[in-house]
Ligand binder design. Structure first.
Ligand SMILES: NC(=O)c1ccc[n+]([C@@H]2O[C@H](COP(=O)([O-])OP(=O)(O)OC[C@H]3O[C@@H](n4cnc5c(N)ncnc54)[C@H](O)[C@@H]3O)[C@@H](O)[C@H]2O)c1
Length: 319
């Protein structure tokens, strides 16, 4: 797709009218074209027993750790992210393919566009074979008092963090159901046939001040996950979410800077202070802590769990 057609996408026009704002919210440049990259071009190459997962926001941070962990668990991975993070996404794919255990495929998609997410799911099925698990991990954060938020900032937060999860769950669920219709009936009619997993947060249980719209978006993810669990149980598809605490990623760098500026602390001091004051286990989380939970949610030991949001925060929130 050319850069001009990228600019014409209606969802992007509505929610990202200002490249500097996008850059500020995401901490990334915005001048890249939308295109697909594929490292394993063989169609329908699923080996028996191989599972396939899509991970959004997989270029860095928690999404990267999830993609690598699920690959270790035996999943072939479609790793997806925004065009601006293509080099990082490519390196996640090479890391998986060079481990030689499973296949990996990179696909650039913006989760705020339902049509791009549909194309992501189709591409994953074409390249890696039938889908098993969708990890709707992509998200954004912003530190700003509720009274200062512009309508655009509020809408953007909901569009990426809530609509983005919905588009991923919806497209994946349709794919999973259509696969079921094409496959011979299972002997075990209770067998789980697909998993939907979303990124929530501890703020889905107790908001952070100065992150009201982010907190609201993650509460919505928790509710949406429960609703998907109810509507899809009949198809033997589960829906769950993970709720990380303070994870040392680019997102927390932005939060550290935002809270620090408002509360009078130098860069790097807020994450230290919050970790020290809030986390019972006494250390800041790393993405691998979250990936371990997602490994459980994506594996067979969680087959009887649906509609839940699991906190993984070292002991900040006790549910
Ligand atoms: N870091 C934390 O402490 C923390 C805590 C709780 C929840 N989370 C959630 O975990 C998820 C991952 O967070 P992270 O810390 O790794 O953040 P991050 O900023 O390091 O990574 C987020 C990824 O999502 C991608 N992304 C953003 N908007 C997108 C869009 N419109 N379409 C496709 N991709 C998009 C980004 O490019 C990036 O690669 C997020 O949903 C976040 O809200 C993070």
């Amino acid at each position: 797709m050319s850069s001009s057609s990228f600019r014409r996408l209606p969802a992007l026009n509505r929610f990202f009218p200002s490249p500097p704002l996008r850059a500020r919210l995401w901490g990334i440049p915005v001048s890249h074209h939308l295109r697909t990259i594929t490292t394993t071009p063989t169609p329908r190459n699923r080996e028996s027993g191989n599972r396939v997962a899509i991970v959004t926001g997989a270029a860095r941070g928690i999404g990267r750790a999830i993609a690598l962990r699920l690959a270790q668990d035996g999943y072939s991975i479609t790793a997806s992210d925004l065009p601006a993070l293509q080099p990082q996404l490519d390196s996640v794919v090479s890391e998986i393919t060079s481990a030689g255990k499973t296949k990996a495929h990179a696909y650039l998609a913006d989760v705020t566009s339902a049509s791009q997410v549909d194309a992501l799911v189709r591409s994953s099925a074409d390249v890696l074979g039938p889908l098993d698990t969708m990890v709707a991990n992509a998200g954004i954060a912003q530190v700003k008092p509720l009274l200062d938020l512009t309508p655009h900032e509020f809408q953007l937060m909901l569009e990426v963090n809530v609509a983005g999860v919905h588009y991923c769950f919806q497209a994946a669920a349709k794919q999973l159901i259509s696969q079921q219709q094409q496959e011979p009936p299972q002997k075990d009619r209770q067998m789980i046939r697909g998993k939907l997993i979303a990124a929530a947060s501890i703020v889905a249980f107790k908001p952070f001040a100065l992150m009201g719209h982010y907190s609201a978006s993650k509460w919505a993810v928790r509710g949406l996950t429960q609703a998907y669990a109810m509507e899809l149980a009949g198809h033997k598809i589960t829906a769950n979410a993970y709720a990380p605490g303070i994870v040392d990623t680019n997102m927390w760098e932005l939060i550290d800077e935002g809270l620090g500026a408002r509360e009078g602390r130098a860069k790097g001091e807020t994450i230290k202070k919050y970790s020290h004051d809030l986390i019972a286990l006494g250390r800041t989380s790393v993405p691998e802590d979250v990936a371990g939970l997602v490994s459980f949610l994506g594996g067979p030991n969680s087959d009887y769990i649906t509609g839940q949001t699991y906190v993984v925060d070292g002991g900040i929130i006790f549910t």
